[in-house]
Design a protein around this ligand. Structure first.
Ligand SMILES: [Zn+2]
Ligand SMILES: [Zn+2]
Length: 302
């Protein structure tokens, strides 16, 4: 079975590329505002590399889809009126947990960190996606939908539409959008998601909807008094697609080799990004604990 939604992907890619290029040209030449062209070309390079890698049969995902589909519980009739809304909601739910795992489990983060590497965000950030998704296997989060009886092609097409939706939320210049902010993932919510300020880390994982973040306690509102600082906690200064695609793999492998025990080796892979054996690492919780301690330790002036 062919699970690639090739035409949809090509259409989406061309649309986003055109929008990103138009955004850059308008900002740079019509508005005479700064635009991160080096980041733009790095993202284009990463996008081309990903298309090449996606043609390689690296993933176990396709055989997993087939196996799960063969052993499905039900068969959802996609023509029925309720099937597509239910697939949309189910896909959003699975995407929320996949994206949360991307940030909370280092094995998935090494691939996803590529998307968070630019220190400015614009439409081109939307197609800066990691090269090693087939190896990290993040698509397992969608298997429950196939097991429940949604055809793999339908699940993947809905996922493709979700990613296509997300291109326009990568914008620094689109303001808050009133009541839409309550239910949709918007540029404002996604700016917070891309911010590395301690106050904003690990938030707003939704795809099209923001409701699962509100439900599961990961929603953080963008504040006027706290401008987003984009990029990784430890900024990556490179614009070389190969460095961007593999630097976190290098960091993880180095940590595993240097680890003193097997428990530490395992935690460097399945623990939170930034975990260290001595508890002095750079997980979000570690950094927030240190920041809180620093505030308490401030001498109170009389
Ligand atoms: Zn993310
Ligand atoms: Zn993003």
């Amino acid at each position: 079975m062919d699970y690639s939604s090739g035409k949809l992907f090509l259409f989406g890619a061309l649309l986003v590329l055109a929008a990103a290029t138009a955004e850059g040209l308008i900002r740079a030449y019509a508005l005479r505002a700064p635009y991160d062209w080096r980041g733009y070309f790095a993202s284009v390079g990463i996008f081309i590399g990903r298309r090449i890698i996606d043609t390689l049969p690296l993933g176990l995902a396709v055989s997993a889809y087939g196996w799960v589909w063969e052993h499905r519980l039900f068969t959802v009739p996609l023509a029925s009126w309720w099937a597509i809304p239910l697939l949309f909601l189910g896909q959003e739910f699975c995407y929320y947990w996949m994206h949360r795992a991307d940030h909370e489990i280092r094995w998935f983060w090494v691939n996803h960190s590529v998307h968070h590497s630019p220190d400015r965000i614009n439409f081109s950030t939307a197609f800066r996606l990691g090269w090693t998704g087939q190896i990290s296997g993040q698509m397992i989060f969608f298997l429950p939908l196939m097991w429940l009886g949604f055809a793999p092609q339908a699940v993947l097409a809905m996922f493709g539409l979700n990613l296509l939706y997300q291109f326009w939320i990568h914008a620094e210049w689109i303001p808050k959008l009133g009541p839409l902010e309550w239910i949709l993932n918007t540029p404002s919510h996604h700016r917070v998601h891309h911010a590395s300020n301690l106050e904003y880390l690990d938030a707003n994982y939704g795809g099209v909807l923001i409701v699962f973040d509100r439900l599961f306690g990961t929603f953080i509102e963008e504040r006027e008094d706290l401008p987003c600082r984009y990029g990784l906690v430890k900024p990556l200064r490179s614009f070389n697609p190969f460095v961007i695609a593999f630097h976190e793999w290098g960091n993880m492998i180095r940590d595993v080799i240097a680890a003193p025990t097997w428990h530490a080796r395992l935690m460097h892979v399945i623990g939170r990004p930034g975990w260290r054996p001595d508890g002095q690492g750079e997980t979000t919780a570690d950094m927030r604990r240190r920041a809180a301690a620093a505030v308490t330790a401030q001498p109170v002036s009389a």
